[in-house]
Design a protein around this ligand. Sequence first.
Ligand code: ADP
Ligand code: ZN
Length: 432
Amino acid sequence: MEVYDKAELWDREAIAQCQTARLRATIGQASKSPLYKERFAAAGISPESIHSPDDVQKLPFTTKDDLRSQYPTGMLCVPNADIVRMHCSSGTTGTPTAICYTQNDLNSWADLMARCLFMVGVRREDVFQNMSGYGLFTGGLGIHYGAERLGCMTIPAGAGNSLRQIKLVKDFNTTVAHILPSYALILGEKLRAMGEDPAQFPLRIAVVGAEPYTEEFRQRIEELFHMKAYNSYGLSEMNGPGVAFECQQQNGLHLWEDAYLMEIIDPATGERLPDGEIGELVLTTLRREGMPIIRYRTRDLTRIIPGECSCGRMHRRIDRILGRSDDMLIVKGVNIYPMQIEQVLMMFKEVGQNYLIVLENDGLSDVLTVKVEIRDECFVEDMRVLQGLQKKIAGRLRDEILVTPHIDFVQANTLPKSEGKAVRVQDLRVKK
Ligand code: ADP
Ligand code: ZN
C-alpha cells in the first residue's frame, strides 16, 4: 500500500510504544502551563506515572470551560515569541476558544492533513479548491496547508459565492474540493438552476466535514456530482481538521493515534466505555508543543468501530459523529438527535436539500415540526399525493424518534441557508 507517512502502517504495538513515550513528553510539556502544573501536582502526576497509553486515565479531564477560563494565552507552554499562528473555534456553542501554534505544530498539522488527503487518492497533480471559510476557522488555512504540502495547486476560494466557485472549478479544472455537506447540496442545486448537470463537473473527490451529516446525505452528494465524498473530522482544540479521516473503504474514520490519544467515555460518569459503545470522544494531543491539551472533552458523540479495517491501517476507526451531546433535544421527555431526523428525511427522494427542526410549546406540551424543502418537480403534484407523502414521512419519523412530528412542506430554496455550519434546529420553547 502506498502511504504518505510510514506511521500509517504501524502495528498496535508500535502505536502503543509511541503513545506511551509521547504522552510522557506531553505531560512534561503541559506542566509549563499554570493550569496543568497545579492539576498534575494535585493528582500527584509526573511523566513517570505513565507506563502505557491506558495510564492516561490517571490524568484529569480538560473542558471547554477550562480553555475559556485561560483565554487568550493562559494555556501556552512556550514563550509567546515562539507562537506563529492562532485560530479560534467557530463558537457554535458559546464563547470561542483560542488555540496557538508553534512552527513545529503547524508542520505536523500540515503533514497530518496531507496524510488524510493522500489516503483518499488526492495527488500532487490534483487541483484543490477549498470552499470553506478562511480567517479564524481552522477549515480554511488548516486544509489549505495540507493540500499545499501534498503539492496540489490549492485555490483558497473561501465560503459561499456559488457563481464564483463554479467559475473557478471550470476555469482551473478543479478535481478535489473541501466543502461543508450542507453547502455541497446548495452548490449542486445552483448548477442545476443554471441548466447544468453537476455530474459533468470535473470534481472527482470531495472532503466533507466540519458538521454532522448522515450516510444518506453523503450518498446524495456523491450521486449528484458523480464523485467520492470522504468524511473529515477535526476540531480547533486538536489543531483543526486532520484528526480523523475516512479511508477509501468509507467505513469509519481512522483517528491518527500517533498524534492523538482517544478514549470514549460515558459523559455522565466519565468512565471509559468498551469498543462499540457510543459515548463522548475524549482526546489528548501527543505532538503539540505550543498548547498541549490533556483529555479534552469534545462533547462529540461517537463509538470506536471494533475490529480492523480492510485497508490494513491499524489506527482505530471512529464512527461518523452522531452529534454533540449539547445537540440532543428532549421532546416530550424523549431524547432525539437531529441526525436521526435527517437520516429518515434523506430516504425520500422527494425531499430536497434543506430542512429545519422547529420546537415549540403550546402551553401543554412540546410540539415538534419538521420543515422540509420539497423538490420543485414534486410540488406540482396533486394535494392528495403530498398529503400521503407527509403521512409517510411522519410515520417513518415516529418509528425512529418515538414522537410524531408535524411535517410542513416548503418550496425549494426557501429555508434559511447559512454560509458556515448549518443551523438545523430552532428551539422556540419558553424555558421554564
Ligand atoms: P465549534 O466547536 O465552535 O463548532 P470548531 O470549528 O472547532 O468549533 O468545530 C469542531 C466541531 O465541529 C467538532 O467538535 C464537531 O462537533 C464538529 N465536526 C467537525 N467535523 C465533523 C464531522 N466530520 N462530522 C460531524 N461533526 C463534525
Ligand atoms: Zn481503512
